[in-house]
Design a protein around this ligand. Structure first.
Ligand SMILES: [Zn+2]
Length: 275
């Protein structure tokens, strides 16, 4: 089920929202990033790794949303990391009494998602610049765009960017509207990624299609255009984004867009126009 996208970098795309799990080959095992969604697919991934003679030596979650925080017992007990902010956020979420019910509400009934090991990650020190492991250097590019403590990962020698929930061809940018300035946060994050774009040959979004260097530039532009339209308001405020009418998500994504539009409009009324 695993597909190689660069030397030593493999992905698996889930049926749920085209979520991408990423496997990076190290010296003594693999780094597993955002492992997947359903029990079956994670077990199949564990089988594939077993067949390759590989075990998971470290895990990483790009951000504190449930679909990036799952784990399967068959991956074993490797340390699992996220940024310090990511780990603190999920710790707070898991301390609530009803978090499983909250997640269940978001889940389509036909998929089986194991919640027992969800979010059991350790925060890396705030100053950590790379994932501690015995494998190719994986640089942490932390920013505040889609979720608190969101991290993109740059596997420098492979020239691969793991983008987390940005740069998707199937989902619009989803802003962290709880932040003080979600629009500027998102634009700043896009600039940060643009700043390393010359070093990237392949990028893997959290949801949707893997792309090459040209597609990376195009997706940065597409995300930026959407966020700017949202900022500037106007008629649809980004409602012409082609991702809103893509067949897979057209039944629910426009609702998310509408909600974001209202949230940003409310903030604009409250804070005044952007500087
Ligand atoms: Zn997310």
């Amino acid at each position: 089920m695993l597909k190689q996208v660069a030397e030593g970098v493999l992905t698996h795309e889930s049926e749920f929202l085209q979520s991408n799990a990423v496997v990076v080959q190290g010296k003594a095992g693999v780094l597993l990033i955002d492992p997947g969604i359903t029990s079956d697919e994670m077990a199949a991934l564990a089988n594939d790794l077993h067949a390759l003679g590989q075990s998971v030596v470290v895990g990483f979650s790009t951000h504190p949303h449930w679909d990036h925080l799952l784990w399967h017992a068959r991956f074993g007990e490797a340390p699992r990391y996220g940024t310090a902010r990511c780990a603190a956020d999920i710790r707070a979420f898991l301390s609530g009494a009803h978090w499983k019910d909250d997640i269940a509400e978001e889940l389509p009934p036909e998929i089986e998602v194991p919640l027992d090991l969800l979010g059991l990650i350790t925060g890396l020190p705030a100053e950590a610049r790379e994932i501690p492991w015995d494998g190719p250097k994986v640089r942490i590019i932390e920013h505040q765009a889609h979720a608190v403590g969101h991290a993109a990962l740059l596997i420098e020698e492979r020239r691969v960017l793991v983008a987390g929930d940005m740069l998707s061809d199937v989902l619009i940018p989803m802003l962290d509207v709880s932040a003080a300035d979600p629009i500027e946060d998102y634009l700043a994050a896009l600039r940060l990624i643009e700043g390393v774009a010359d070093d990237i040959k392949v990028f893997i979004p959290g949801h949707g299609s893997v792309g090459d260097a040209n597609q990376l530039r195009a997706r940065i532009e597409q995300d930026r255009a959407y966020v700017q339209a949202l900022r500037d308001g106007g008629d649809g405020g980004g409602s012409d984004d082609p991702r809103l009418s893509a067949p897979l998500n057209k039944d629910w994504l426009p609702g998310v867009h509408e909600w974001q539009r209202q949230q940003i409009a409310k903030k604009r009324e409250h804070d005044g126009p952007p500087a």
